[in-house]
Design a protein around this ligand. Structure first.
Ligand code: HEC
Length: 149
């Protein structure tokens, strides 16, 4: 019985690996989920400014606060040593930690600045647009240096 269970567990993890599935409780699974949520939140903010979705001031304010919270979280889920397989992070993340952390702080200060702009009512798209642009530029700067594709 025990053996059979073990075999099943083994099989399940084989299937998971074969399908490229990532354990959602692993550090990799956790940081990828956070990054996906960051993308969704920032796309909504950009979409509201660019007219892709209707502008909704309360939703914008909430989204900015959420993005600011999210932007502080992925970094703790990068382990001391890179795990095998599944990650799109370049080896440079571990080789150039100081620069990586610097770009993480740059993102955090850009989301904090965005929150500051949303604390002034009424919201003014002339202020919001450059703040969102700065956040998007922060994502891009790090991906260019540290994400494989
Ligand atoms: C300091 C560096 C850094 C910053 C800043 C950064 N990212 Fe990333 N991002 C990464 C790395 C590294 C990966 C690859 C993670 C992995 O697979 O191990 C990644 C992966 C992702 C992924 C893919 C997740 C998956 O499912 O594989 C998305 C989406 C993403 N980032 C969105 C964003 C967005 C949106 C922002 C800005 C709001 C952002 N990132 C800011 C470094 C960064």
């Amino acid at each position: 019985m025990k053996l059979k269970t073990l075999a099943l567990v083994g099989l399940a993890s084989l299937i998971l690996t074969a399908c490229g599935g990532v354990d959602p409780n692993s550090p990799l699974g956790k940081r990828q989920a956070l990054f996906k949520q960051m993308l969704k939140t920032s796309e909504d903010l950009g979409g509201m400014l660019r007219g892709r979705i209707a502008f909704d001031a309360p939703r914008f304010v909430t989204g900015a606060a959420e993005l600011d919270q999210l932007s502080r979280q992925p970094w703790q889920h990068f382990p001391q040593v890179k795990e095998d397989g599944g990650s799109r992070a370049k080896d440079e993340v571990w080789q150039r930690q100081a620069r990586f952390q610097e770009l993480a702080r740059a993102l955090e200060s850009s989301t904090a600045a965005l929150v500051a702009v949303t604390s002034v009512a009424p919201l003014n798209s002339a202020d919001l647009a450059p703040a969102v642009q700065r956040v998007e530029d922060s994502c891009k700067a790090c991906h260019e240096a540290f994400r494989a594709f």
